[in-house]
Design a protein around this ligand. Sequence first.
Ligand SMILES: Nc1ncnc2c1ncn2[C@@H]1O[C@H](COP(=O)(O)OP(=O)(O)OP(=O)(O)O)[C@@H](O)[C@H]1O
Length: 272
Amino acid sequence: MTVLKERIKENSFSVVRNENWTKPIYETNGLNLWYGTSHALKNIELSINEREVTAIIGPSGCGKSTFLKTLNRMVETAADVTISGNVTFKGNNILGKSMPVEILRSKVGMVFQKPNPFPKSIFENVAYGPKVHGIRNKAMLEMIVEESLKKAALWDEVKDRLHKSAYSLSGGQQQRLCIARCLAIDPEVILMDEPTSALDPVSTHKIEELIRSIKNDVTIAIVTHNMQQAARISDRTAFFLNGEIIEHNQTSTIFNNPADPLTDDYVNGRFG
Ligand SMILES: Nc1ncnc2c1ncn2[C@@H]1O[C@H](COP(=O)(O)OP(=O)(O)OP(=O)(O)O)[C@@H](O)[C@H]1O
């Protein structure tokens, strides 16, 4: 990936590090978001630490996906959205004009609930991002594709059919392909919105293993309804309710010794 890193640097895609930036890669301060008059995020104060897995949990409609999408500025595309407050990525406010969205998204990948490969071959899905960043050399692209598929624990299953359609893969394989597609641009963060909720237990296990194996290189924020999954894979957990953060702490504390009775009730399945 060094070549890609160099190329991204050459093309000035790198985000300038703010002097005040230390460990949190993302911080939100006083973040509020409205869909029309509906107040979906209320005064969110949350740090997402670098090279950790942060789980975002809470009942349906509490604002988890909205929050996640705010982190790569996807929510602004919805009609009638108003945002106030700050969301900083490495100390730079992404809601201001200082960071173009394409620069942010070259650093922050997103994986959705339903796998969404492009209608292209397995190879072309993974090579797409590097090509957009100007890499044309065939050998270099092949190297990036192989490395990304290996990191996504998919290489052995697809190495003999790289030029077959991505749609020929199973749902679980397609989701790992989407993660490989993110990894191919060497992101700093991957945002995952219920990435295993449409998958069987074996595929879910593979994705969880994959998350564990990449977390030393990539920061991950994951929305999940699966409490066991949050407990298994995350370092920190944020519990959302009605658009507010009720509690954010180390995952072991949230599950074993939460400060708020609402958190206790939720993680123990008494509501939601
Ligand atoms: N595009 C939109 N336009 C208007 N309201 C929206 C839009 N997207 C979400 N909402 C509303 O904002 C609130 C938060 O929705 P969001 O999808 O963020 O919740 P969630 O916690 O991710 O829910 P789920 O677990 O069901 O996916 C809900 O009341 C939802 O109806």
